[in-house]
Ligand binder design. Sequence first.
Ligand code: AMP
Length: 191
Amino acid sequence: MINIVLFGPPGAGKGTQAEILKEKYSLVHISTGDVFRFNIKNETELGKTAKSYIDKGALVPDEVTINMLSAEVDKHIKTAKGFIFDGFPRTEAQANALKVLLDEKSTQVNAMIALEVDDEVLVKRLLERGKVSGRADDADESVIRNRIKVYYQETAILKEYYKKQDKYFGVDGVGSIEEITQRISRIIDQL
Ligand code: AMP
């Protein structure tokens, strides 16, 4: 199995790249944000809980997120060649939970690939995306800035977490979609 954590601040292009890479490498793409949005749309209990956090640009509590992620992995574990995790883990507790989960399946995270993009570029991209995505958390600049702040306060430390394990790979996230896919592919091809 090959398991990739696609990492980076909101608006870095994780979702776009994950959609391309899942086809290219036959991996299962799990976006925790997408699963939350699906649940919000369908008005499930999980969706109701998640919405109250997402609308503010805050993180959904670890326990809720980890349980959901674990269920998603279980759905695919028998048939998957590997996973692209997009938007997970976002805290150290989530990273530890992912390790336990994958250990149980005798597999592991092979690489964290991080898309590096300047904050002001992120804000611009997210405001543009908000015009078409219909996402409330993309439409409001203060929510966008809060998401970026939360990324630096709670999530960015995971760079060190995977660096210590020699699994961290930074990629310049500015360029055309194809260029960035190539940069990421060079890393995956060497794993
Ligand atoms: P995303 O689509 O990855 O930008 O996620 C949208 C929102 O969903 C985030 O701002 C969080 O509120 C929530 N979310 C997604 N993934 C996670 C996660 N791993 N942990 C906590 N909250 C998350």
